[in-house]
Design a protein around this ligand. Structure first.
Ligand code: UDP
Length: 318
């Protein structure tokens, strides 16, 4: 297939480029580098199975040649409102990428009679009351809260994707991605893993927001990409959760990072009362298991070990 990936220079987008080229496809990468990084795709430049266009998908997209699939992964990552280090705060670009970007990429898929896959998110569940989260759960999003720009844009994107499927017969897929980590994450985006792994490698205490009893379930990027590719090849049109169901507190997560890096500096607690941090998050992956035969294989300890060399390189420690 000839596959367009929006957000190709991002963390997930760039791993998807690699995997799909490995599978024998031709990839058309697109990114405007607002949050993506040229470093993430530098190794693909000159590859005969990869072409790249610098473009903002909030504007009309023109790509020469026929496309067989369009994967919409472009969006600024949602900055954690509690994070003093998240340097990106792009509320309007976030809404435009989710709304206009989804409209344009769907239009591109429709014009090409191409398959379409939307990168959605566990954030559409908001601060969930149902636990673990099944795809049937409608969510608990605070419309006026600090995370709404990301959450509501992705909820809109899902609704628009299904509308194109139902009205225009576009062959769509929706993946709801839970917390994911691995090489090529942006060290400055304020997320738990980049913050903490950086702090640990520099021998600093890890910043835990609130009391650290909030939970997340972290998936290693290779597992996640495998789930997404299986969904792309499937015939499933309704949303599918893809993430690691091993739930842990952020304190346990911090401890695992201090252990793997042998960091002796411990933990420091940061007040996060205004961040509206979801208190629990864990995917129910029953649908991914039964529809795609997928479940994650890489445990946290191993995933962290695989992630370390990238962080060391970025911090000039190796
Ligand atoms: N977190 C933390 N310290 C940090 C960064 C994040 O304790 O330096 C917490 C954050 O409050 C949240 C969890 O880690 O409870 C995951 O945060 P992240 O931003 O990675 O993802 P999301 O909140 O979108 O799940």
């Amino acid at each position: 297939m000839r596959i367009l990936i929006s957000g190709a220079a991002g963390f997930l987008g760039s791993h998807l480029c690699d995997r799909l080229i490995l599978e024998g496809h031709d990839v058309v990468g697109m990114d405007n580098f607002v949050t993506g990084s040229q470093d993430n795709i530098a190794h693909l430049m000159g590859n005969e199975h990869f072409v790249f266009y610098k473009h903002d998908i909030s504007n009309y997209i023109f790509v020469p040649g026929k496309l067989d699939a369009v994967l919409h992964f472009a969006s600024p990552a949602s900055p954690n409102p509690a994070s003093p280090t998240a340097y990106f705060n792009l509320p309007i670009q976030t809404m435009k990428a989710g709304a206009l970007g989804t409209h344009n990429t769907l239009g591109l898929a429709k014009a090409n009679h191409a398959r379409f896959l939307l990168a959605s998110t566990s954030e559409i569940y908001g601060d969930p009351i149902e636990h673990p989260q099944k795809e049937t759960y409608a969510g608990n999003v605070d419309i006026t809260g600090p995370r709404a720009v990301y959450d509501e844009a992705k909820r809109f994107a899902e609704a628009l994707t299904l509308a194109y499927h139902r009205q225009h017969g576009v062959d769509t897929r929706i993946v709801r991605i839970f917390n994911t980590y691995g090489p090529r994450m942006d060290l400055e985006d304020g997320r738990a893993l980049p913050n903490m792994l950086k702090q640990a490698l520099l021998g600093q205490p890890l910043t835990v927001y609130g009391d650290g009893c909030q939970t997340r379930s972290f998936c290693y990027v290779d597992d996640l990409v495998d789930g997404i590719v299986r969904l792309l090849y499937s015939d499933e049109h309704m949303p599918v959760n893809v993430g690691n169901p091993v739930e842990m507190t952020i304190l346990q997560f911090a401890q695992a990072i201090n252990d793997v890096t042998n960091n002796q500096a411990g933990i420091t607690y940061i007040d996060a009362r205004s961040s509206r941090d979801p208190q629990r998050r864990q995917p129910d992956i029953t649908r991914a298991q039964s529809l795609l035969g997928w479940e994650p294989k890489i445990q946290l300890q191993e995933g962290l070990v695989r992630t370390l060399p990238y962080f060391k390189r970025k911090l000039n420690l190796s």
